[in-house]
Write a protein that binds this ligand. Sequence first.
Ligand SMILES: *Cc1c(COP(=O)(O)O)cnc(C)c1O
Length: 364
Amino acid sequence: MTTLVAKPWILDIAPYVPGRSTTDDGRKVAKLSSNENPFGTPDVARAAYVESAMMLERYPDASAADLRDALSAHYGVEADRIIYGTGSDEVLHLAAGAFAGQGDEIIYVRYGFAVYDIAARRVGATPVVAPDRDYATDVDAILARVTDRTRVVFVANPNNPTGTHTARSEIARLHAGLPRDVLLVLDQAYTEYLNPEDDDGGLELARTQPNVLVTRTFSKIFGLASARVGWGYAAPEVIDAMHRIRAPFSFPIGSQKAAIAALGAADFVEHSRAHNAEWRGWFAEQVNAMGNKGLRAVPSKANFVLVLFEGDVSAETAYKGLMAAGYIVRWLPGQGLPHGLRITIGTEEEITGLAAALRAIVGA
Ligand SMILES: *Cc1c(COP(=O)(O)O)cnc(C)c1O
């Protein structure tokens, strides 16, 4: 008897574990486990999404022409160099699928975004993991792992789950050290939380270099995680290859319209950014004040903080204690971080309440 068996490299994939939304006992509590915007969705984006319900019988515009035009006007990127997908997750998968396969290698950092591992294995490529430097991306460690089989390098900046930021000059150095036949994917899901003067989110590199893809999302600051809108910007040849393997109608009309509307919600975005900067700084201080209990905050430029537990109270204990107190955060033993909790910066009430609960748990 023969049986149906999936490809071995598919069975090697450890399934993605999403952030939880309910506690063990099913209570509805503060969800600070998925880096969503605590202020919800811009009203204009919600209205555009609702309005699209009048067009459900039609296939969506497979070329996403209106969204590409809106992105072009907003970010100064050429509309014909834009790829889009159901979340930037899809764009990351398209990058791996278009440029790597069996026998090829895909590099990313040890505490990197969980989707890179899945994207690499899914196409049969070999994941190559570069060690970090105190949780931050180490450009030299990545460059040291490049071989003639390397096809793609994934770098999230800021990185998830560490929140660390790699300076623009370091990203340029990484690019300069890579062979021209390696695609550098700069995953900029948290770019909007950066100070624009510090970092252009990789757009200049993607504009001028043939082997750089920048990916962006509407899931984080724009408050549209459920609409699944991601996009990428790269040289026309890179975009063309990715389009060939894209599912043509993977990008619903309501999501396209909501994203276009969200681009106009400048006040919402600015408020979200300023709130995050203020309370992320405050929260990191609170954590570091518990240093005598072995806690420390990894320096973050994103909308979350990775808290390390290096003393008597374990991250697991704190995770369970916070859940009992009504806060769901992300404990990441599956990503090599059994000693870390990734905590999204919520509303003022949420993050101050969480800090108080954490103090009580560790006895600070
Ligand atoms: C959240 C996140 C994404 C975005 O995923 P979507 O599919 O666009 O929702 C991409 N990369 C990183 C590093 C993330 O944290």
